[in-house]
Write a protein that binds this ligand. Structure first.
Ligand SMILES: [Zn+2]
Length: 426
C-alpha cells in the first residue's frame, strides 16, 4: 500500500483526534459567528457567542441540529441561496444542486477554499483504494449539477491520476472509451456499473480488461454484500463504497480491508442519533458536522442516513470510526410491512443473492387490511427456479412472504443516478 497518509492524520489516537476536531471546529466558528446569518442566530440561542464558548465536543452536542427541511425552507424564504452563506456571494466560485429526489432541490455554493476541502476529502477515498499516478479513472456520469462526480473528477488530479470524463456519451460509447483508454478505475453508481458491464459484454467491448478498482457513490449498493460481490465479480476488480452528499461533502470511504465505510473524522465530527435513548448510540441516524467548508458549513446535520457503527478496530490501522454495512438505508425509507421494519437495502441484498437476477423492482401495496410485497425480477436463465429462490431469500432475510414474478429481460428501468427500485403505494 502506498504512503497515502504521510502526516498520520488517519491514525491518531482518539484523544488527539478529538483535540484536532475541536480546534478545527473552533477555527470555523470564528467567521461563522461573525457573518453567517443562519448559524449566528441559532448558536446565540444556544448561548454560543464566541468560539471559546465551545470548550469540548460535549459543548458541541448541546447545539441544535440542522435538518434538511430547515435548509430548504431557508432557501425558499430567501432565494436563491438562503442565509447560510458565511461570505458575500462574489467570494463563491462553484454552484451545485441536489437531485431533489427527496424534496425540493438544494443549491450549494463553495468558495475556492471550501472547494479545495471537498476535493481533498474525495481524494482520501482514492488514496485508501490505492489509486494513484499509474491509474486512468473513467467517470461514468453525465456531468450535470451533482457535486460528487465533479469532486471525483478533480480529486483524480490530486492523486496524479488521469481523469476520463464519461459525459455526453451513450453506455456503449462509454464502454468503448474505457477500452480505448485502458481505464483502470471506474467511478459510477453501483447500478450503473452492472448495466455498463452488461452492455460491454453484449457488444463484445473489452471495457473491463484493465479495470482493477471500482468506486461507487450515489446509492448504497457497494456496501450491500450481494451487490458488492456481483460488481467485483463482473468487473474482475476490487469494489469500494464511497459516501457523501451535496450539502455536507464527501464523508466516507472504504479501505482495502473492505469492512465498511470509514468516516473521514479529520474533516467531520460524527454522531449517531438513536431515537430510543435507552439503547447504545451505535445505530441510528448519522449526524455530521463538517470542519472545512467554512463558506457554507453544516453543524450537527441530520443526514437522514441510517447507520450502525462497527465496534472493532479496522486492521488497516485507521482510527476513524467505521460503519458496518455502510449506509443501511435512508431513515425515511424504512417501511413497516406487516409489522416488520424493512429497509430497501435489506431487500436488495436478499434479491441480489440469487445469481440469475439482473434487475428488479418492488411494489408495496395494501390489499384489504394486509400489506403486500410484490417483486418483479429480470432473470438470466430461462425456466429456472429464480422466482422461488428470490422469495425464499427474502423470507430468510426479513421473515416476509413476497409475491415474486418474472419480468422480461431489459424491461425494468435502469438509472445512472439514484435508482428508486421500491415504490410504496400505501
Ligand atoms: Zn480500514
Amino acid at each position: 500500500m502506498g504512503d497515502h497518509d504521510p502526516e498520520g492524520r488517519e491514525r491518531l489516537d482518539r484523544e488527539r483526534l478529538t483535540q484536532a476536531q475541536l480546534s478545527a471546529f473552533r477555527g470555523m466558528l470564528g467567521p461563522v459567528l461573525d457573518t453567517n446569518a443562519f448559524y449566528r442566530t441559532r448558536l446565540a440561542t444556544a448561548g454560543v457567542i464566541r468560539p471559546q464558548d465551545i470548550a469540548s465536543l460535549d459543548d458541541l452536542r448541546r447545539l441544535p441540529f440542522t435538518t434538511r427541511r430547515e435548509l430548504t425552507e431557508d432557501q425558499a424564504a430567501r432565494p436563491p441561496y438562503g442565509t447560510l452563506l458565511t461570505f458575500s456571494p462574489e467570494r463563491y466560485t462553484r454552484d451545485h444542486r441536489t437531485s431533489g429526489t427527496t424534496g425540493r432541490p438544494l443549491r450549494w455554493l463553495d468558495t475556492p477554499a471550501s472547494w479545495e476541502w471537498l476535493v481533498e476529502s474525495w481524494a482520501a477515498g482514492y488514496r485508501a483504494a490505492d489509486v494513484g499516478p499509474e491509474d486512468r479513472i473513467f467517470l461514468a456520469f453525465s456531468f450535470g449539477p451533482f457535486i460528487g462526480l465533479w469532486c471525483a473528477f478533480e480529486a483524480a488530479r490530486r492523486v496524479g491520476a488521469m481523469a476520463i470524463p464519461g459525459g455526453g456519451a451513450s453506455t456503449e460509447q462509454r464502454a468503448r472509451l474505457m477500452a480505448d483508454n485502458a481505464a483502470t478505475v471506474l467511478v459510477s453508481t453501483p447500478t450503473y456499473a452492472l448495466h455498463l458491464a452488461d452492455i460491454a459484454r453484449a457488444k463484445g467491448i473489452p471495457a473491463m480488461d484493465a479495470v482493477r478498482v471500482t468506486i461507487h457513490g450515489g446509492e448504497p449498493g457497494a456496501s450491500i454484500p450481494a451487490t458488492k460481490r456481483r460488481i467485483a465479480d463482473t468487473w474482475g476488480a476490487t469494489c469500494f463504497d464511497h459516501a457523501g452528499a451535496t450539502e455536507v461533502g464527501s464523508w466516507g470511504f472504504e479501505c482495502g480491508e473492505l469492512r465498511g465505510l470509514h468516516i473521514n473524522e479529520s474533516e467531520f465530527i460524527v454522531e449517531v442519533l438513536n431515537p430510543r435513548p435507552d439503547e447504545p448510540e451505535r445505530e441510528g441516524e448519522l449526524v455530521l458536522t463538517n470542519l472545512g467548508r467554512v463558506g457554507m458549513p453544516l453543524i450537527r446535520y441530520r443526514t437522514g442516513d441510517h447507520v450502525r457503527l462497527a465496534s472493532d478496530p479496522c486492521p488497516c490501522g485507521r482510527t476513524y470510526v467505521r460503519l458496518d454495512g455502510g449506509v443501511t438505508g435512508r431513515v425515511d425509507d424504512a417501511m413497516l410491512i406487516r409489522g416488520i421494519v424493512v429497509f430497501p437495502a435489506a431487500l436488495e441484498n436478499a434479491i441480489r443473492s440469487v445469481p440469475q437476477v439482473s434487475e428488479y423492482a418492488i411494489d408495496v401495496d395494501r390489499r384489504g387490511a394486509l400489506d403486500e410485497l410484490r417483486v418483479r425480477v429480470e432473470a438470466a436463465a430461462a425456466g429456472g427456479s429464480s422466482t422461488a429462490d428470490v422469495a425464499e431469500s427474502i423470507r430468510r432475510a426479513t421473515g416476509l412472504r413476497a409475491q415474486v414474478t418474472r419480468a422480461e429481460v431489459g424491461s425494468l428501468p435502469r438509472h445512472e443516478l439514484k435508482s428508486r427500485r421500491v415504490v410504496d403505494h400505501r
